[in-house]
Design a protein around this ligand. Structure first.
Ligand code: TMP
Ligand code: ASP
Length: 237
């Protein structure tokens, strides 16, 4: 597999083309960003930890029948993935209230949500990822109603699989964000990444935050917390 040119540089990952038009390389960098790119820092080991974390989670999801873009791990920080046409919509599931939900609705942080909520956000940093609804997605042509239904069903299945996985490691999966794309066959496939950068995880007993809120809130020990999560669920680092 030959790495070719840089296709896109995101806030935490760079995407490269390869000699295979159906494959891309994701390179996980140490850059850590919050507040839609307003706060950015380099955190030692984060690229490596998130690459390995993401590959472990994607393999678990594949085993549970969820199509993912994972193909092959290439190095500590690089992974070969299927090329997808990404849908610019973020799917968020919440099992407990936190973050923007608490700010928006004035509810208590940690309140259990039964059933879990499902929300959509437009992926657009300059607009601060505004919340959108199903009709926006379809009317603006970001996805069809069928694709959206598939994204929602897959996101809720991911929640079932991962809530159990983190629970077994003594953690609460508070909320998370997924992004999907369409592959060459027209199938909806899970893309981007799943790592502590894009979810909230709390220790079940102490409710200690073990995710990117440590960075957003300046709590310190960010990568150390990611490594603790990895160790608790058996991700080999
Ligand atoms: P929120 O509380 O800020 O709306 O975020 C909900 C969850 O989704 C939280 O785990 C962070 C994640 N998320 C991202 O990782 N990136 C984003 O752009 C958004 C909107 C949410
Ligand atoms: N969207 C991610 C976050 O909420 C990254 C960023 O905002 O820069 O932290």
């Amino acid at each position: 597999m030959e790495k070719r040119s840089e296709l896109y540089r995101g806030k935490a990952k760079t995407v490269f083309t390869t000699d295979n038009p159906e494959r891309l390389i994701l390179q996980f960098r140490n850059d850590t960003s919050a507040f839609d790119g307003e706060k950015v820092e380099q955190l030692d080991r984060k690229g490596m930890v998130n690459n390995k974390f993401n590959n472990f989670i994607m393999a678990k999801l594949e085993a549970a029948g969820i199509p993912t873009q994972l193909d092959q791990v290439l190095s500590d920080t690089e992974t070969l993935v299927k090329k997808l046409t990404m849908i610019p919509v973020e799917c968020v599931v919440r099992n407990f209230a936190a973050g923007s939900l608490v700010r928006r609705l004035g509810v208590t942080e940690g309140q259990a949500l039964n059933p879990p909520t499902f929300e959509l956000f437009l992926k657009n940093d300059s607009l601060h990822d505004p919340m959108i609804n199903d009709s926006h997605v379809v009317s603006f042509g970001w996805a069809t109603a069928e694709q959206l239904a598939q994204m929602k069903a897959l996101t809720l299945r991911v929640n079932d699989v991962l809530s159990k996985l983190f629970d077994a490691g003594g953690m609460m999966l508070v909320d998370f964000k997924l992004e999907f794309g369409v592959d060459a066959d027209g199938t909806i496939v899970l893309g981007d990444e799943f790592s502590p950068d894009g979810c909230r995880l709390w220790d079940k007993e102490t409710r200690k935050k073990l995710d990117k809120d440590r960075f957003r809130q300046g709590l310190g020990g960010v990568v150390e917390a990611y490594e603790e999560v990895a160790a608790r669920i058996g991700v080999p680092l």
